[in-house]
Write a protein that binds this ligand. Structure first.
Ligand SMILES: [Ca+2]
Length: 411
C-alpha cells in the first residue's frame, strides 16, 4: 500500500513580465474605446479605424519641429514655462551608439531625419500627400545612416548584428530589419496602428495590410508590411514603456487629436489577429474578461489582482483556464494518489509559446523552501478544450517525512 506522506500543493504566480497597469495622465479619456467593447477580428479593426480616423494632419515640414517634442529624451526636460523648447531627442534604432541621445534642433537632416517606420515605398501616401505620409504615430527621428541602412526592409528577427556604427544593436538581412529591444514594442504598435488606421478609403491612401512575408521588391509600392507574427510577438513581449505612452499622449493632445489604440490597449492586437484564428492568448483572454475601461483599472485587471476574491490572481486564472470574474472550484492544482504513486494534476494553456506563459513543477522539503524544479518529469496530458489541457505529472517518492509541491507560473 502506498504510504500517505505529508504533502501539500500550492500555486505561485510570478509576474516576471507582468503588465503594470496605469491610470494616469497618459491613459485614454473615459469611455474612449467604449464602442469597441466586446468586439474582435475585422469588426474590432473597423471600430478602431472609426475611432482613430479624421485626425488633424500635420504637414511633413511641421514634423521637423514636432518630432523634437514627441521624441524627446526626458532626461533633458524642457523648462516649465516653455514645454515646446527643444532639448535632446532619442533616435530610433540607435540604442547603444554614442549619439543615441542628441540635440533635437532641426539641421536640415544632417544629424537626424524623419524615418517612416512603415516605409513610404510600402503603400504609404502615394503620392506623398495622404494623411499617412506625415502621421506622427509611425514617424520617428532617426540617424541618417541608420535610416539608410534600414531602407524599406520589413521587420523580423535575425541577421547581421550592427550593420552600421549608428545602429549597433540592430540586425539586418537583405529583406529584414530587427531593431534593438527598446524599439520593438513601439514599432510593432506603430505598424499595427497603420494597418488599422489606413484602409484605403481616403484620398491618396492605400489599404495597408500586415502579412507574414511582404514582397522583397517594392516596385509598384506594395502596401504590405510584416512579419505579422513577429510584430504580434513583440507587442506581447515588450509592453508600452512610459516613454511610449507619454509620446502617444503628446501626439493626441498637442498634434493630431487621435491615439494609437495599441499603445493604450496592446490586447486589441491579438483580439484582431489571433482570436479569429482560434488562438486564446493572454491578451485575447483579458479583452474577453474585461472591457477596455476595466483594463485601465489595476484593482480589477492587473495580473496579480483577484477581482473574484477566490485567492487566484488573474494571471493564474488564465494559466489554469479559470474565470477571473466568477469564483469557481476545480482549477487549482491537486494531488492524486494511485497504486503507482503520487501524481500532480493541473490545467494549462495548450499553446504556451504563443502566450509567453511558462509552467514549472517545483518541490521543497519545508514550506518555506528552498524550492527546486522537478527535472525530466514524466507527464501525460489530455485536452479539456481547444486551448486548455490537463497535465498529470508523476512525482518521485519523497525521501523525508514531508514534501511540498507547487506549480510555478511565469509570464
Ligand atoms: Ca481570482
Amino acid at each position: 500500500m502506498f504510504p500517505t506522506p505529508l504533502v501539500r500543493v500550492s500555486w505561485l504566480a510570478l509576474g516576471l513580465l507582468a503588465q503594470t497597469l496605469f491610470a494616469d495622465a497618459y491613459s485614454p479619456p473615459p469611455n474612449y474605446y467604449a464602442a469597441c467593447s466586446g468586439l474582435s477580428g475585422s469588426v474590432l479593426d473597423s471600430a478602431l479605424n472609426a475611432r482613430t480616423r479624421g485626425q488633424t494632419v500635420r504637414t511633413y515640414d511641421q514634423l521637423r519641429q514636432d518630432l523634437a517634442v514627441t521624441d524627446r529624451d526626458w532626461a533633458f526636460p524642457p523648462p516649465a514655462e516653455n514645454p515646446a523648447a527643444i532639448t535632446n531627442i532619442l533616435l530610433v534604432y540607435s540604442l547603444g551608439w554614442s549619439g543615441y541621445s542628441r540635440n533635437g534642433t532641426w539641421d536640415g537632416g544632417a544629424t537626424w531625419n524623419r524615418e517612416h517606420t512603415w516605409p513610404d515605398s510600402r503603400g504609404v501616401g502615394q503620392p506623398d500627400s495622404g494623411p499617412d505620409f506625415s502621421d506622427l504615430h509611425h514617424l520617428r527621428a532617426a540617424n541618417p545612416s541608420a535610416n539608410t541602412s534600414r531602407s524599406n526592409n520589413w521587420f523580423d528577427t535575425g541577421g547581421t548584428l550592427g550593420p552600421v556604427t549608428q545602429a549597433p544593436q540592430a540586425r539586418w538581412t537583405i529583406d529584414t530589419w530587427e531593431p534593438p529591444d527598446v524599439d520593438k514594442g513601439w514599432i510593432a504598435r506603430a505598424c499595427l496602428y497603420m494597418a488599422t488606421r489606413y484602409d484605403g478609403t481616403e484620398t491618396n491612401t492605400t489599404d495597408l495590410v500586415l502579412v507574414e512575408t511582404p514582397p522583397s521588391s517594392t516596385t509598384g509600392n506594395p502596401p504590405q508590411m510584416g512579419r505579422l507574427s513577429t510584430l504580434l510577438r513583440w507587442n506581447r513581449a515588450f509592453p508600452p514603456s512610459e516613454w511610449e505612452r507619454r509620446r502617444n499622449q503628446i501626439v493626441y493632445e498637442r498634434f493630431q487629436g487621435n491615439r494609437n489604440p495599441f499603445i493604450d490597449h496592446p490586447e486589441f492586437a491579438d483580439a484582431i489577429y489571433e482570436k479569429n484564428a482560434g488562438r486564446d492568448t493572454f491578451f485575447c483572454w483579458r479583452l474577453r474578461c474585461f472591457t477596455p475601461e476595466e483594463l485601465d483599472q489595476p484593482a480589477l485587471a492587473d495580473d496579480l489582482s483577484d477581482p473574484d476574491t477566490d485567492g487566484c490572481p488573474n494571471l493564474l486564472e488564465y494559466a489554469f483556464g479559470g474565470d477571473p470574474r466568477a469564483a469557481g472550484a476545480g482549477i487549482e492544482p491537486r494531488l492524486q494518489s494511485t497504486g503507482a504513486g503520487l501524481r500532480l494534476i493541473y490545467r494549462r494553456q495548450v499553446d504556451r509559446d504563443l502566450s509567453l506563459v511558462r509552467y514549472a513543477v517545483e518541490f521543497a522539503d519545508a514550506p518555506g523552501g528552498p524550492w527546486q524544479t522537478l527535472q525530466n518529469a514524466a507527464e501525460t496530458s489530455a485536452g479539456v478544450s481547444a486551448t486548455i489541457e490537463t497535465v498529470s505529472v508523476a512525482l518521485p517518492a519523497s525521501p523525508g517525512a514531508a514534501r511540498f509541491w507547487r506549480v510555478r507560473v511565469s509570464h
